[in-house]
Design a binder for this molecule. Structure first.
Ligand code: BGC
Length: 774
């Protein structure tokens, strides 16, 4: 270790000496606001910057991928090219290099060969766990449990850091209202408030309160901005939204991320109203860096700078580099255009060196905060890599997170929870004994086939006297996809139409007291590039379901999926449905915990479930329109062939017990614009089991300078209520909750009447009203 440390002493020493002579805090910081900057770090950053030549500065703004594990069109440069650049100190960061040994090797190249020995920062997409895999983000958001969300992110950070990496490209805080969009699995669903609080919890989990610790990592709020609003749910597609939608719906989670001190942002592939986000100066410079006073750096998305040519917004690579840097994209991920053109652009005065300095300063700042200048190898600890990844303790947290993420959608005959003394159970379906699908997409180092399957979970839960019949019934798996293989294979190739497994499944169902039916999606049907026009059951799953139901009515559907699916037929016929997403390493055990009543389900949907794909995009906080409803005429905003309401609304989820809401009270009926109202509600557990409930508060601003949604989630509390017990829950409504981005392009509370509802989902009917006075 001592020898390694000696390698980087020169730069640190010079930096410290210079920092003593030089005491200025740069103008740029005043421009961007520097109240929360650490002065000591700023001095060091400035002194390093003073030593740098232009090529080295530009180098800090370059990020390469390791060849393996590419997440976009594969990298166009050879390993030798990258090696030469590393040696010259012309690379600031690497992604997709994942092990202490490889990271040490790569960092060593820079430390041994480059002039200034500025350490690299290593990044990886740790989206829902590193090797211990937690529920996919959409699923985990269904827990509405910010403590467990923070905890799983912090375990993910610990494992990531133990493998030498310091930076994850998460959380994704894109609002997504369209089930067709494959990346809906990566965020917290359709609601702005839920995405905001979940995003902040994840950032706190990843970053802790000290980035220099070796068990925390830098987070990245992505994709800035509007990516989840791709037209028709088609990934990378055009986004056409106005200022109202942008500010009121899309930006709040990003602003909260910036305020929570997220280290980095990633911009997005899409354009908004004709301008690709990567080249959007208003978003990146005016709003993010100046407006929000944020001092981190923005990494481009994979190749997104270069893609501005395909968008028709940049003429060529050089132009793309010029636009992106001027617009505030600090780091070029895999476009290779900063390194190729920024130097010329500076010489031609098309990009100012001051702006380059600002970007470099932002990158160096994080490297100092992470402690990489003190020890570039500080995250490279072989022992930790051995002992701190995929531990029993982490798996226990994965199980806890997984069971809290399950949503009970239907339990009409109280078929659930099951007794552990049943004589026979049939476990049927393509996902029933699947040990891989529960890991979901973006599973980082989650090992192929390493999850606990539903069948295994059931076997662990019941005694020997319960006879279990297992039949697959249908195919849905990608047979050969192993860890490290390209996850970007096209999933439609694997849509299997073989019905030969159905008769055996029917026989098993006939023999059993109850049927557990594990169906849904393949893990790779959602994730990047996985947009679909159909969101029902692929392959012959529907046929299988109907055939099984014909011989046994006691069917529990265990639904695994990364998006809201069209499950209308099942919802009409099946007695019980459990929404189980892709729950990660401990999936089967967590599902069994819920099915056999060891855990009373408490999850609530973070996204509306449609009656059919034709309703998409579907979300609860829609506008009223001028023609909201008519029973007599067709000329209102609805469908002629379907209700416009969802099958299951946002915020919905059942429990094995029941809750009754009453006595919604406000402490006053009028307030000033800056005033506040106390809201209280009584909730009684009217069933026979203790259970947790997510108490949700919605408001509606009835009239505004811009039209307002018919309901907006503004707060929630998750609490345990014992059987028979009544609890009073209090909320406060203040200006923070009432203001919106108005026609004046300011966040303001407007006077007028408001409705407030409190209940167990977005259909809450218990209502009160109040007025905000002029
Ligand atoms: C995705 C990003 C991801 C990046 C690096 C891109 O294709 O859009 O979310 O972080 O690849 O893997």
């Amino acid at each position: 270790m001592l020898k390694k440390n000696l390698l980087f002493i020169p730069i640190l020493l010079i930096a410290i000496i210079l920092s003593c002579i030089e005491n200025h805090i740069s103008d740029e910081k005043t421009v961007n606001g520097s109240s929360n900057l650490d002065k000591e770090i700023e001095k060091k950053v400035d002194s390093v910057l003073n030593l740098m030549q232009l090529n080295e500065k530009i180098g800090q703004l370059v990020q390469y991928s390791g060849k393996w594990n590419a997440t976009g069109p594969s990298s166009s440069k050879s390993d030798q090219y990258k090696l030469d650049k590393l040696k010259k100190g012309e690379v600031g960061s690497m992604l997709n290099i994942t092990s202490v040994a490889s990271i040490r090797e790569t960092q060593k190249i820079v430390m041994e060969h480059s002039r200034l020995k500025i350490p690299l920062i290593f990044a990886y997409d740790v989206i829902h766990g590193y090797k211990t895999i937690f529920p996919i983000p959409l699923g985990e958001s269904a827990s509405w449990d910010l403590d467990i969300i923070k905890q799983t992110a912090s375990v993910a950070a610990k494992e990531t850091a133990a493998s030498g990496i310091q930076w994850t490209f998460a959380p994704m805080v894109d609002i997504s209202r369209d089930a067709r969009w494959g990346r809906i699995m990566e965020g917290a669903g359709e609601d702005t408030y839920l995405n905001t609080v979940v995003g902040v919890a994840r950032i706190q989990g990843f970053q802790g309160n000290d980035l220099s610790k070796t068990n925390t990592i830098a987070a990245c709020a992505k994709h800035f901005a509007g990516y989840g609003f791709a037209e028709a749910g088609r990934d990378y597609n055009t986004v056409n939204i106005g200022d109202n939608e942008l500010h009121n719906t899309i930006l709040p989670p990003f602003k909260a991320a910036a305020e929570a001190g997220v280290a980095t942002f990633m911009n997005s592939f899409n354009e908004i109203d004709g301008i690709p986000s990567t080249g959007n100066k208003v978003l990146q410079r005016e709003i993010l860096k100046s407006g929000w006073n944020w001092n981190g750096f923005v990494v481009s998305d994979w190749g997104s700078i270069k893609e501005m040519i395909a968008h028709g917004y940049a003429e060529d690579n050089k132009h793309a580099a010029e636009i992106a840097l001027n617009a505030g994209s600090d780091m070029d991920m895999e476009s290779y255009v900063y390194e190729a053109h920024l130097e010329d652009l500076v010489n031609e005065e098309k990009v100012s060196e001051q702006l380059i300095d600002d970007s470099v300063r932002r990158v160096l700042r994080l490297k100092f905060e992470l402690g990489l200048f003190d020890d570039p190898f500080k995250y490279c600890n072989d022992e930790r890599e051995e002992t701190e990844i995929y531990t029993e303790e982490h798996l226990a947290i994965a199980r806890d997170g997984a069971k809290k993420s399950i949503v009970l959608l239907k339990n009409e005959t109280n078929l659930l929870p099951l007794s552990k003394n049943l004589k026979s159970i049939a476990v049927i379906g393509p996902l029933a004994d699947d040990k891989d699908t529960p890991l979901g997409n973006w599973r980082a180092k989650g090992e192929y086939n390493s999850a606990v399957s539903v069948l295994e979970g059931v076997k662990h839960a019941v005694g020997e006297h319960t006879k279990i019949y297992y039949e697959k019934g249908a195919e849905l798996t990608i047979p050969t996809l192993k860890s490290g293989q390209n996850q970007f294979l096209h999933p439609l190739k694997f849509n299997n139409s073989d019905t030969s497994g159905i008769p055996a499944a029917v026989e098993a169902a006939k023999k059993a007291e109850v049927v557990i039916m594990a169906i849904g999606e393949n893990a790779y049907q959602t994730g990047e590039g996985r947009s679909q026009t159909e969101i029902g059951f692929f392959g012959v799953q529907q046929q299988l379901l109907e055939a099984v139901y014909a011989v046994n009515k006691n069917v529990i559907i265990v639904l695994m999926n990364g998006r809201p699916m069209d499950i209308s037929w099942a919802a009409n016929h099946m007695p019980s449905i459990l929404e189980c997403w892709f729950l990660g390493s401990e999936s089967g055990n967590a599902i069994a915990d819920v099915m056999f009543g060891d855990y009373n389900p408490s999850g609530k949907l973070p996204v509306s479930f449609p009656r059919s794909v034709g309703q998409e995009p579907l979300y609860y906080n829609q506008k009223n329109t001028g023609r909201p409803y008519s029973q007599k005429h067709v000329t209102f905003s609805g469908y002629t062939d379907s209700p416009k309401t969802p099958l299951y609304p946002f915020g919905y989820g059942l429990s094995y017990t029941t809750f009754e809401y009453e006595n919604l009270k406000l402490d006053k009926s009028e307030i000033s614009r800056s005033g506040e109202i106390k809201v209280s509600i009584e909730i009684t557990n009217t069933g026979y089991r203790d259970g947790e409930e997510v108490v949700q508060l919605y408001i509606r601003d009835l009239f505004g300078s811009l039209t307002r949604p018919i309901k907006e989630l503004k707060d929630f509390k998750k609490l345990m209520i014992k059987a028979g017990e009544t609890k009073i829950v209090n909320f406060t409504i203040n200006a923070e909750k009432l203001k919106f981005y108005t026609v004046n392009k300011k966040w303001e509370v407007e006077p007028g009447d408001f409705n407030v509802w409190v209940g167990g989902d977005s259909n809450a009917t218990l209502k009160a009203t109040f007025t905000v006075l002029e």
